[in-house]
Design a protein around this ligand. Structure first.
Ligand SMILES: [Zn+2]
Length: 66
């Protein structure tokens, strides 16, 4: 075993998928990066959209206590 101290720069970068935490290739070859798949990408975006929508739509009129 004679491994160099520095990792090979040609090795693809692997990042955990934000949605399912699965090791995902962060390369131009992966159109869903940093997600592992379109499914995870869509789920994350959906959650984001839903949350944003909620924040904007749900305005609890709690000022009728006068
Ligand atoms: Zn994933």
């Amino acid at each position: 075993m004679s491994e160099p101290t520095a990792p090979p720069s040609r090795a693809p970068r692997v990042v955990p998928c934000p949605t399912c935490r699965a090791p995902t290739l962060f390369t131009p070859d992966n159109p869903f990066r940093p997600f592992c798949s379109a499914r995870c990408q869509g789920q994350d975006f959906g959650a984001w959209a839903t949350e944003s929508y909620r924040v904007g739509a749900e305005s609890p009129p709690d000022t009728a206590d006068d």
